[in-house]
Design a protein around this ligand. Structure first.
Ligand code: ADP
Ligand code: MG
Length: 478
């Protein structure tokens, strides 16, 4: 590394790395290339417009402070956005930083539309398509209800949703090809994958969109072998403009199927067609998938969907109720959302059984009915314990004001309440140490660790304290 701009950017990366998760760093900062440094302006190259917008929306403060640290107060950052289409890879346009109005300002005199689609005259003839086949109307198999409109946005799915939208508005032309969406069951992969397809159809009615489950693909493939029509099978898939393939984990250990999918994948990808894949795991954790296919998955973007937070769960329930034209008291909705935390399908299931019970037995929908039904419902799923809730229980228990934990107070009982809040947050939630610290008086993760140690020591040495802690834990879990 000889160039100054490379050294500066490497230093910036070191700072950034310490401030965000590894996943985010890999997704959003590793693909960036430093380009030049002139006066105090560092130019970095990003792979797409969407990428630039995402950086601006989510990391602008971090970037700003990092650049200032490295280049001083006059430090500036400039983006150079690579055209997504490989034909224009060498013709970047640039964006000045801070680009606060989120509009791209093109400095270089390129008179090309930002969104390059087929009308720009670039089309690659596909030698494999039999002319007659092209006229066949392919039923897209999309599920109409699973639209973006019906998909509630939350922290849990923001990246996947945004990337999905970018892909839907510019299929095959973003760097998210393939777009791989992964999560546990019931968190919205199928819904989001369909939403992308629906949106592509809306935007580009002439495009052929196909949604298939992996099982369907598999059985089509098997019957094509049986009927000696393998070629037709492959050709059929090669005419798709946007292929959405759901639950790819079913391909595990089926190497022949993966081989043929690999072939189709390459053909589509080379021709600028969009591929969307869902899976129950991230590519790194997938088992039984042939390495060359796995490496293809890593070409694009892998975006996960996490379990939704309480607000998002409430919003999802409200949306469903609104769509069905049903009303339900606020406290009942909240109770359901509080009780079912890890699976949106179960959340909807609980809502449906509430409505069914109420109408079948002509019962009023109230908290009592909700408790009765939900308690039966919640067997496998456990209730969410939040940091806020832990703090509330602890403050009630010690009769200290709720905001004391977040204050700077060094009073003994408040320090102890704060330490207990950290201790239980670490023990009973999946939250990171850094986040726990942030919500318990803006401390860093080392302080959280230290607090947990202190509490553990006290439990071991002070019998009375141990009793307090056990009582508290019972109250929190109640
Ligand atoms: P997965 O494919 O991950 O198992 P699904 O896409 O089938 O999950 O989602 C399960 C149910 O939850 C579906 O009925 C879907 O409409 C609903 N759902 C999931 N995510 C959302 C969301 N963000 N907003 C609204 N409904 C959602
Ligand atoms: Mg699914």
């Amino acid at each position: 590394m000889e160039n100054k701009f490379e050294i500066v950017w490497a230093n910036c990366l070191n700072i950034i790395k310490d401030n965000i998760s590894h996943e985010k760093f890999k997704t959003w900062f590793e693909p960036i290339l430093p380009v030049k440094l002139e006066e105090n302006m560092l130019t970095i190259q990003v792979p797409s417009q969407f990428f630039y917008e995402w950086l601006e929306e989510n990391f602008v403060d971090l970037l700003k402070s990092t650049i200032k640290k490295e280049l001083g107060n006059k430090g500036r950052l400039e983006y150079s956005v690579v055209m997504d289409n490989s034909y224009y890879n060498n013709m970047p346009y640039t964006v000045k930083f801070p680009a606060s109005n989120k509009k791209l300002i093109r400095n270089s005199p390129i008179s090309m539309p930002l969104d390059i689609n087929k009308s720009s005259g670039v089309s690659i003839p596909n030698p494999f398509i039999i002319p007659g086949l092209k006229k066949v109307q392919v039923p897209s198999q999309l599920i109409e209800n699973y639209s973006f409109e019906n998909f509630i946005e939350g922290d849990c799915n923001r990246l996947a949703r945004s990337a999905g939208l970018a892909v839907a508005n510019n299929p095959g032309k973003t760097s998210f090809n393939p777009l791989l969406i992964y999560s546990n069951v019931g968190l919205g992969k199928t819904h989001l994958a369909n939403a992308i397809g629906i949106q592509i159809k809306n935007n580009f009615p002439e495009k052929t969109v196909l949604y298939v489950s992996s099982e369907q693909f598999l059985s089509q493939y098997i019957s094509s072998i049986r009927n000696d029509s393998m070629n037709d099978f492959v050709h059929f898939y090669q005419m798709i403009d946007a292929l959405i393939i759901d639950d790819i984990q079913f391909f595990a250990k089926k190497e022949k199927t993966q081989d043929v999918f690999f072939q189709i994948f390459n053909q589509l990808h080379q021709n600028g067609k969009q591929i969307v894949i869902t899976s129950d795991k991230a590519p790194v954790d997938m088992e039984g998938i042939i390495p060359r296919l796995l490496s293809r998955f890593k070409w694009g973007l892998s975006a996960d969907i996490q379990t939704p937070d309480l607000e998002t769960r409430i919003a999802i329930l409200q949306k469903k109720l609104y769509k069905d034209g049903v009303e339900m008291p606020e406290d009942v909705i909240e109770y359901i959302a509080y009780s079912i935390t890890t699976n949106i399908r179960e959340l909807e299931g609980a809502l449906i059984s509430m409505l069914a019970q109420a109408s079948l037995n002509r019962k009023e929908i109230n908290l009592e009915l909700a408790k009765h039904i939900i308690d039966k419902f919640v067997t496998s799923t456990s209730r969410e314990i939040s940091i806020d809730y832990i703090q509330k229980v602890i403050c009630d228990y010690f009769s200290v004001p709720l905001n004391a934990i977040n204050s700077k107070s060094r009073k003994r009982e408040i320090v102890q309440a704060r330490q207990l809040a950290m201790f239980f947050s670490k023990k009973l939630t999946k939250t990171s140490l850094a986040t726990i610290g942030l919500h318990c008086g803006n401390k860093d993760h080392a302080t959280v660790l230290h607090s947990c140690k202190t509490i553990n020591n006290l439990i071991e040495t002070d019998k009375q304290f141990k009793v307090y802690v056990e009582e508290l834990e019972k109250k929190i879990k109640l």
